[in-house]
Design a protein around this ligand. Sequence first.
Ligand code: 13P
Length: 247
Amino acid sequence: MKKKLIAGNWKMNGNAASNQALLQALLAQSADWQCRVAVCAPMVYLDQVKGLIQGTAIELGAQDVSAHAAGAYTGETAADMLKDLGVRLAIVGHSERRQYHAETDAVVALKAQRALAAGITPIVCVGETLAEREAGITEEVVKRQLAAVIHANGHCISEIVVAYEPVWAIGTGKTATPEMAQQVHAILRAQLHAATEHAARVHILYGGSMNAANAAELLAQPDIDGGLVGGAALKAADFLTIIAAAR
Ligand code: 13P
């Protein structure tokens, strides 16, 4: 069986001192880890984090990648640049980027493509808003979001990580019940199966108020292969409890 993956998404939080303290606290316990662990740090701290986790069990992740390869795109970071820095994973299509930066399914698919071409694993986020869940179109929404990435990436699709993050559960303290999450994960797994014979090896992470108290139940679901953790990833004790629940 594949190892679970617990990825922390630090979002726009922290500073050099807090990054160091957090990583030191995590690494002090890393001998016991049964799962893969990654941290997705802000771009400006990737180099610092890289230095602190080199040769350890923590994998380096970014929170975004440009849809463009190179050129006049002020403020953007190319996949090749991330690769150059030793980044292994990059979140693409996080709902905060879809919402605040108007990223469309097509842009997200392109970002996943750029990451894959550079040898970086895209963590492709999908998820419905509260209005979409209440309208009964959750399945339609997440399938549309994933279909765009499948369509653009063809046979490479087994190299991606998918993160199901219901928008209404992000940062709200409201978590999808394990059954609700599993139901959507199974839909996404079936969609991957239709696209690749290697669907079973794709990690499908749950994200949205995953915390020390609810992680074990969520991670016990058959199609939940890990977590994409926001707020709780900033507290060493909480993140370590989630990591310990992933076995
Ligand atoms: P929270 O864990 O803070 O709800 O954030 C989830 C998330 O958006 C991870 O990418």
